[in-house]
Design a protein around this ligand. Structure first.
Ligand SMILES: [Zn+2]
Ligand SMILES: [Zn+2]
Length: 281
């Protein structure tokens, strides 16, 4: 029997969801079993639709690619073609569908810090363009800019920022789980009223962002405040957290979560409640 959950497509709040004008939240949840509880993490990707070009930010987890591809195929007809793929960094939940995106969308090019991808995909090397901080890509009426990656775990990370509606794409920043049982899947952070950002940020610190346990996260919170102020961010589209649509209301809780997650001792690793064989649908 398959233990793998059925996907947000069958949930009360299905993805894709438009979270800002012309910006769509795609993807699927990943089950995390810890402390006897079932948590969900997002491995999101986002479609930005401009007047002349569309861009995909992140590819989602490899296991979810058929779902993400289906969502793209539903959204893209009648819209400007997918010309750009931006990935924040070279970890699997962020770029694991890269080869398949470049194959399915032959007019698209890969942008960001593109170090090393040509080693895995030499056939696509001519379709890779390096971006550095402040570089912008024009999508028609809106642009996408590479910005400082305040919270990162790879040297090659960039965050992204959409200039017209002021949307931040922070990759591993704003990483926190959510509660499937409380129907949080597909909700924005402000709608998920029972979400405890301290608890769920600590889960991510345990499972993925271990370096935050040994860093003084007050420095990172201050840096995050500076970035948010400088860019006047209105919406945050994290890869692993729920989308944030009210920055003033939710940012204090995110910072409390980062500080709590770094201050508590490790609370255990993923318990592996399900055997690998259970995960095969
Ligand atoms: Zn990540
Ligand atoms: Zn979920």
């Amino acid at each position: 029997m398959a233990a793998r959950h059925q996907g947000t497509l069958d949930r009360p709040n299905p993805l894709p969801r438009e979270v800002a004008p012309g910006i769509f939240w795609l993807g699927e949840c990943l089950e995390q079993s810890q402390q006897g509880k079932i948590y969900h993490g997002c491995n999101a990707s986002f479609l930005i639709v401009g007047e002349t070009a569309s861009m995909l930010v992140e590819t989602g987890h490899p296991k979810d690619f058929p779902i993400t591809e289906g969502q793209l195929n539903k959204l893209l007809p009648g819209k400007p073609p997918l010309k750009y793929l931006f990935v924040t960094h070279q970890e699997t939940p962020h770029c694991g569908g890269l080869g398949r995106v470049l194959t399915r969308f032959p007019d698209a090019i890969l942008v960001g810090d593109v170090s090393d991808y040509h080693l895995a995909f030499p056939q696509h090397e001519h379709r890779m363009r390096m971006m550095k901080e402040s570089d912008e890509i024009d999508l028609g009426g809106r642009s996408f800019r590479a910005v400082e990656p305040v919270v990162r775990d790879m040297r090659t990370t960039w965050w992204g920022f959409e200039t017209r509606d002021r949307v931040l794409f922070p990759g591993d920043g704003f990483a926190y789980s959510h509660y499937h049982e409380d129907h949080h899947c597909g909700l924005v952070a402000e709608e998920a009223t029972s979400l405890d950002l301290q608890d769920t940020t600590a889960v991510f610190a345990d499972l993925a962002l271990w370096w935050t346990k040994w860093a003084d996260m007050r420095n990172y919170c201050a840096r995050l405040d500076q970035l948010m102020d400088r860019l006047q961010v209105k919406t945050v589209c994290p890869t692993h957290g729920l989308v944030i649509t009210d920055v003033a209301r939710t940012m204090p809780k995110v910072k409390e979560g980062l500080l709590y997650g770094s201050n508590v001792a490790e609370r255990g690793t993923n318990e592996g409640k399900f055997k690998a064989s259970d995960l095969v649908a």
